[in-house]
Ligand binder design. Structure first.
Ligand SMILES: NC(=O)c1ccc[n+]([C@@H]2O[C@H](COP(=O)([O-])OP(=O)(O)OC[C@H]3O[C@@H](n4cnc5c(N)ncnc54)[C@H](O)[C@@H]3O)[C@@H](O)[C@H]2O)c1
Length: 257
């Protein structure tokens, strides 16, 4: 899939991995609607992107992925302004084992909500042109992080939901590919605040440190390149791509049917 003329929506776009996803999509010719709750960071990223690419290439929309109304309005505005939606990156996420219901609400419910609302614009069954949806999971979507059981649950949920949606899309003819991105640790705000957000599992912080010592930290450009691959390679559907420092792997799963 060539990205020239494609329209992308990225949630959690103002900072961290979402910002890197936005930048690589733009470098490859897409227009991007940046959705985020952080208006200050969103406005300042939009300003920087305007200088580099021109102001017609992006729009920032203040949007909380916990709100059906706000996502609906943001997708509507994107489609009205840019004409369509080809790519959705459900990337907004948090890690807090104390406010665990909120973690589920943003990381898993937000991804499901965003996906269902995007189908109305993207699915060939509802008049759309098809496209691709990339959901940011984590390596915690493939194996347990003992210090973060709820975060682990949300990310396993994202991987399972994405794989099931890919199969549903193929079976029903949505014309949409669905893939999940499963990075190891990346130096972002979410990562630097992890230790103080472990709640009743804070005694296990050292276990997380051991994993970091063993794996090392992932470079942001390795994450962005992996997203680009999942977006552009039209053979990829229903994939969970594990991304680690200097290595990536398409996961295989047991067959149940
Ligand atoms: N940093 C890591 O080590 C790591 C590793 C694997 C996966 N991830 C996942 O990557 C994604 C991005 O995380 P990050 O590390 O870049 O974090 P980050 O904190 O740097 O950025 C997250 C962005 O999402 C936005 N956001 C948070 N809640 C939102 C909401 N309700 N609605 C809209 N926007 C919201 C924030 O304002 C922020 O701009 C998350 O899904 C996270 O779970 C992160």
């Amino acid at each position: 899939m060539a990205l020239n003329g494609k329209i992308a929506v990225v949630t959690g776009a103002a900072m961290g991995i979402g910002k890197a996803i936005t930048e690589i999509l733009m470098q490859n010719g897409a227009k991007v609607a940046l959705l985020d709750v952080n208006k200050t960071a969103g406005d300042s990223l939009k300003e920087a992107l305007d200088k580099q690419y021109g102001q017609e290439k992006t729009m920032f929309l203040c949007c909380n992925v916990e709100s059906e109304e706000q996502i609906k309005a943001a997708f509507q505005k994107t489609a009205e302004t840019f004409g369509k939606i080809d790519i959705l990156c459900n990337n907004a996420g948090m890690l807090n084992e104390s406010t665990w219901e909120k973690t589920i609400s943003i990381n898993l419910v937000g991804v499901i909500r965003g996906t269902y609302l995007a189908l109305e614009h993207m699915s060939k069954l509802s008049g759309g042109q098809g496209g691709v949806i990339i959901n940011t999971a984590s390596m915690a979507g493939l194996g347990p992080l003992p210090s973060c059981p709820v975060y682990t649950a949300t990310k396993h949920g994202v991987v399972g939901f994405t794989r099931a949606m890919a199969a549903a899309s193929t079976a029903s003819g949505y014309g949409i590919r669905f893939n999940s991105l499963c990075p190891s640790f990346v130096q972002t705000d979410l990562f630097t605040t992890t230790k103080s957000n472990l709640g009743q599992f804070s005694n296990l912080a050292d276990m997380t440190q051991l994993i970091i010592d063993k794996l090392g930290m992932l470079n942001m450009s390795e994450v962005a390149e992996s997203v680009l691959e999942l977006v552009t390679d039209e053979t990829k559907n229903g994939e969970a791509l594990l991304v680690m420092p200097k290595r990536k792997q398409y996961m295989t799963f047991p067959s149940i049917i």
